[in-house]
Design a protein around this ligand. Structure first.
Ligand SMILES: [Zn+2]
Ligand SMILES: [Zn+2]
Length: 294
């Protein structure tokens, strides 16, 4: 008896949105049922013998057409983890025994993996490992802390990841925390580590309010434009925001704090300038309270 098109779709859903002819046949879905489901738009064909639900995200469709699974930066970004730069190309995790396939508009970045999953998305640990090799230390660390914060990865997963990293990079995992508030915090903590500066985020200061970061005891660092974009240029609201910022800075100064303000783009892309500004304040110990200043 033919299976209804909706049931064919459901079979794809239970295997992550993608199913192969063999899996479908094993579930009792014959060619006639498959053709009907395709004709009625309940499923789509990604490539020879591979079908998917029509609302499968386009990057995942691309990765499967390429012959693999969504991997590296694309996988991490699709999972909603913090990234410094959103992916422009689709990063594909390819099983070592797999074959890269030609498909329309291919601009994919291929990563060969020892995992041989048929899932349309690479395991997160695998994707993080690929990210380290592809985008380097900072992008990896930011995504790792985000995965830890969201509990998308547990202690065993973190331990496995650490063991698979090159030995000289394992300190990154040891340095990572489970409670980072934002990707910006992860990035700042990593960059300030080399300067021997202690960083606290989302600090509540009585009379001032919640500030983004405090370095040492008395240096406030505020990051404007929290996300990966600049604030909308609305002159009335930006004037009132500027006024509020000045009030906060004055209140903080009255309590002995100094405030440095940067925007997200400056911190991420113009770090030497930001670092020089921070060092000018901290090298003389002005960021430490009298109690602890040397
Ligand atoms: Zn491709
Ligand atoms: Zn990559």
């Amino acid at each position: 008896m033919p299976v209804t098109p909706a049931l064919v779709r459901r079979r794809c859903v239970i295997s992550g949105g993608v199913a192969r002819t063999g899996e479908l046949a094993a579930s009792g879905i014959d060619r006639t049922s498959l053709s009907r489901a395709l004709a009625e738009g309940e499923i789509i064909r990604l490539r020879e013998g591979v079908y998917a639900v029509p609302d499968l995200p386009v990057p995942v469709q691309t990765a499967v057409r390429h012959g693999g699974a969504l991997g590296c930066l694309s996988r991490v970004h699709a999972a909603g983890l913090w990234v410094l730069e959103a992916p422009e190309a689709v990063h594909v995790s390819m099983p070592r025994t797999g074959r890269r396939r030609r498909h329309e508009g291919c601009g994919c970045v291929t990563h060969w993996s020892r995992a041989s999953t048929t899932e349309p998305r690479a395991p997160l640990g695998e994707a993080l490992l690929q990210l380290h090799g592809c985008r380097g230390t900072e992008e990896f660390f930011v995504a790792l802390e985000s995965a830890m914060r969201k509990r998308f990865i547990g202690r065993p997963g973190v331990a496995t990841l650490r063991a698979r990293l090159p030995a000289k990079h394992r300190w990154l995992v040891d340095f990572a925390r489970w409670d980072a508030d934002s990707g910006l915090e992860s990035l700042l903590r990593l960059r300030l580590r080399g300067l021997g500066l202690d960083l606290r985020s989302q600090v509540q200061i009585p009379g001032v309010g919640r500030v983004d970061f405090v370095l040492g005891d008395r240096l406030i660092l505020e990051a404007d434009g929290k996300a990966n974009h600049v604030d909308a240029p609305d002159s009335a609201s930006s004037a009132s925001k500027r006024h509020k910022d000045l009030v906060r800075d004055a209140a903080a100064a009255a309590l002995g704090f100094e405030t440095l303000r940067f925007d997200y783009a400056l911190i991420v892309h113009e770090w030497p300038m930001v670092e020089a500004a921070i060092l000018a304040r901290t090298s003389s110990g002005r960021h430490l309270s009298r109690r602890v200043a040397r």
